[in-house]
Design a protein around this ligand. Structure first.
Ligand code: AMP
Length: 190
């Protein structure tokens, strides 16, 4: 099974590249941000709970996220693999994911980290906010907090995979196809 963690700060291009990866490799996309937004749209209890955190650009508690990912993995019939986008975002989530997968006799093939300078991230998020309808993309203070949370809580996740020899860094600036080609070179080695 091909199980990829696509990592990077908000605006790094994880969603865009995930779409291309699922097409090429026939794996399933698990974006925790998208799953939360779906719950929000449907007005579920989980959606209401997540909204409080998302509105401020803070992380939804680990337990909630992990439970949702577990359900999503289990709902999949005969998957060829998964691409995890926006998850894990804390070391506790990364450990829980390893446990979840290990219990099924599978594991993470590797983490791909999209490296993009901060001024470029801000430019992209602002641009996306014009059409995404995401309030967390449109407010500079929320964007600031998301980047701060990324640095403080999420960046240590890269170290967690690096220690397992599973981290590959990709230059995330350039055309979508150029970046995709760099990612595929790594994935084809898994
Ligand atoms: P994203 O679409 O990945 O930028 O996520 C949007 C928001 O959803 C984040 O700012 C968090 O509030 C929440 N979220 C998404 N994924 C996670 C996660 N793995 N852990 C905690 N919160 C998350």
């Amino acid at each position: 099974m091909l199980n990829i963690v696509l990592f990077g700060p908000p605006g790094a291009g994880k969603g865009t590249q995930s779409e291309k990866l699922i097409q090429k490799y026939g794996i399933e996309h698990i974006s925790t941000g998208d799953l939360f937004r779906k719950h929000l749209g449907e007005g579920t209890e989980l959606g209401k709970l997540a909204k409080k955190y998302m509105d401020e650009g803070n992380l939804v508690p680990d337990k909630v996220v992990i439970g949702m990912v577990d359900d999503r993995i289990n709902s999949s019939k005969d998957p060829k693999g998964f691409i995890f986008d926006g998850f894990p975002r804390t070391v506790a989530q990364a450990k829980a994911l390893d446990e979840l997968l290990n219990a099924k006799g599978i594991g993470i093939s590797g983490m791909i980290s999209l490296e993009v300078p901060e001024d470029e991230l801000r430019k992209r998020i602002k641009e996306r906010g014009k059409t995404s309808g995401r309030t967390d993309d449109q407010d500079d203070k929320k964007v600031d907090n998301r980047i701060k949370v990324y640095k403080e809580e999420t960046m240590p996740v890269a170290k967690y995979y690096e220690e397992q020899g599973k981290l590959s860094k990709i230059h995330g600036v350039g055309s979508i196809d150029e970046i995709f080609a760099s990612i595929c070179k790594v994935v084809d080695q898994y």
